[in-house]
Design a protein. Sequence first.
Length: 246
Amino acid sequence: MENLLITMNSFPSETNYEEIFSEVKAAGLKGVEIRRELLNEQTPNLREIKRMLTALNLKAYYSCPIALFGKEHQLIDLTTFYKEAIDLGAELIKFSLGDYKENISNIRALGDAVNYFTEAGITFTIENDQTALGGRIDRLVNFFSTCHGARIPIFLTCDIGNWVYVGENPETAIEMLRDETIYIHIKEVIETGKGLETIAIDDTLNQKWKRFLNLFSKIHTMALEFPIKSKVECYTQFIQEGVYVR
């Protein structure tokens, strides 16, 4: 599918990157979201990953589960992440919000940093994570409002399942942050005897993911982010048959 990617944390950690990329290509997906936290001495380096993806004409997005604003409410140094995104050939990068505080955090510094990424062709996003600092609707709405006022081109990676982990209503969140959203993570979150659990999507009526996707006013780039239990093309079929694809 032209607007669908998959995240590397959807696969078992020991899986071979080259084999995964070949399966992703065969399933007709657009690209892969590379997860910084999964990279180690056993995985290919970013330049090698770029080479493999380019050979298959697959796009790279880069996930950095790092708080953009630290404990003192100030922007972290983004130099390393910028260089890594360049090495990967990433078209989009995402962070979590962290301890942003209005009127204290340096928004001008953020604007300068985001411009470096934008000038390099890298879209800069914040993802709603599973923490009170980075996953609450009010904090994200206030942050994006400030960014708009400062004309900073920063967008939201909306994870439709993460809202539940912080006690937020996904439908309310999507409605309030719809205009900020440029990229969507698809997952299904259920309540179990051990707490909340992220599971694979399916085409049954009792799952919520399809309803959530239909709340967006336009089709965005999306990514599958859940434990893969079947062939990747099985899940692309679910998306293609959903009323969201129009």
